[in-house]
Design a binder for this molecule. Sequence first.
Ligand SMILES: C[S@@+](CC[C@H](N)C(=O)[O-])C[C@H]1O[C@@H](n2cnc3c(N)ncnc32)[C@H](O)[C@@H]1O
Length: 288
Amino acid sequence: MSESVTVAQALTRASGGLAPGSITIARLDARLLLAHALGVPPERMISLGAQPLSEAEQSVFRDLLRRRRAGEPTSRIIGRREFWSLDFEITPDVLDPRPDSETIVEAALAKLQGRAAPRIADLGAGSGCLLLALLAERKDATGVGVDISAAACRVAAGNARRLGLCGRAAFVCMDWNSAASAGGFDAVVSNPPYIADGVIDTLAPEVARHDPRGALSGGADGLDAYRRLAPAIAALLRPGGFGAVEIGAGQRPAVERIFAAQGLTFRKARRDLAGIDRCLVFTSESST
Ligand SMILES: C[S@@+](CC[C@H](N)C(=O)[O-])C[C@H]1O[C@@H](n2cnc3c(N)ncnc32)[C@H](O)[C@@H]1O
């Protein structure tokens, strides 16, 4: 029989053993995992400190901690990720949304200022995080997310429903190049796969083992998706529209060249918190 343990004690013990030297992060991880084990929202944990854990709850929590120690990201274990302060469901079929990708949302929101009722396309939507963050901010906007993975489209549609955005967002399973016949969009956002294939297995196990290959693989030089995306974005934009795409470290010159060859004019780059160029903004020809 297990000894009696309260929520507060379980958290203190777990955070000591999760990430030595990084107690704050470990405590956050432990809190999310324990909330998941108890089936309560993380924000309720603060009021549960003195509550004793049953043996079954302790056993579930121990199992979650074991998975975390083995290198599985907390977001993957609990199946949720916060992005742009919104709660997204994630499954093994979608990329775990990254804080760096919020630079695309920031860039797009800035460019959308002054445009009424914008139509937005998200190419390679994954969990739907980019499009849904934009629609959450812009109540007059509508959008379409496209992904080649049917499973990803189902996850994105579920997120749209939970966030109360499904009336303004549609997710369609298709290759982004097949979507190019639609046209007339004010904005196209995209975070495509951009890791060179030879590098994927050298990435942190949290990424290499847990993000889907199709969300990472950018071909031999990491640029395959941009070569295919650039003509799709040029065709989808209405005159005066803009594209905001995420890039990997050091890819800016090559991506600028690829987009220029499709008549897309580079406007600005946005850096992530590490100071790396992360988002490039292009406009269709003749726009300002
Ligand atoms: C890096 S993930 C980005 C997901 C999400 N936008 C995000 O930022 O978290 C790239 C996505 O592009 C999708 N994808 C890859 N090639 C595609 C193609 N040719 N057409 C449509 N989607 C594609 C993948 O399935 C994956 O979901």
